[in-house]
Design a protein around this ligand. Sequence first.
Ligand code: CIR
Length: 267
Amino acid sequence: MSRSGSASSPYRFNRAIVRTPARSVIDGLRAGDQCSPTYDGVRAEHQAYVAALEAAGVAVTILPALEAFPDSIFVEDPALVFPEGAILLRPGAPSRANEVQEIAPALREVFQTVIALPSGVADGGDVLVTPSNLMIGLSNRTDRAGANALIACLAEFGHEGQIVETPDEVLHFKTACSLLDEETIFCTPKLAETGVFARFKLVVTPDGEEAAANALRINDVVLVGSAFSKTIELLDRLRYKVVPVPTSEIGKIDAGLSCMSLRWRAA
Ligand code: CIR
């Protein structure tokens, strides 16, 4: 397969939804004891991200900030979207559960079919869309009940789900991996060692740059955190068109590049 991808490829997008960060983003969840990001820093990173999506050919809908939900900038987690419709998820962090009601009206405006996960918990950050199926990582945010319920929801859209394990000490499955093209995954050495990506070619994150694994392929480019110079050099050498985007502030609250948008290809 070429590095550009076919029309139905999982990274050909022309629409995206994002949400403006709230001032409360400084209180966003984090697993470690990292210091808080600044609001201005997150806002600047968010603006750079939206500009990168637009430059990649995506029309971006920007939803208003939600002060009551510090992590609501991470719209990837409460829903999954496809050209055929959307699935409202059940985020695993209690403080994020009601983000679903907040994003639902925006999804109902653009998708004729919107279904809701009936049980369990599941975050969009645990779902990696590949050309052949959707890999669903079990994590602290996605349990087996949620993953099984999600597989049933995916079937309604004609998609297949596969349950996999998320390595310990990472928030979401996609914290540790991303799709570079239809046959290549970029992931941490720890995730590579599990063998879960046996059907793919693998590119492994350089030493000390494991956090770069949450890159984002959009159309012809790969967005990569701008602090990850070894990753940028590596992917550049492999002839990907790399677009560095700043992520050091959102990184303090365990986020990366996929988290800040819901993306799909509209007809
Ligand atoms: C959280 O813990 O939920 C947020 N601070 C970060 C969410 C990142 N989302 C993602 O990886 N999909």
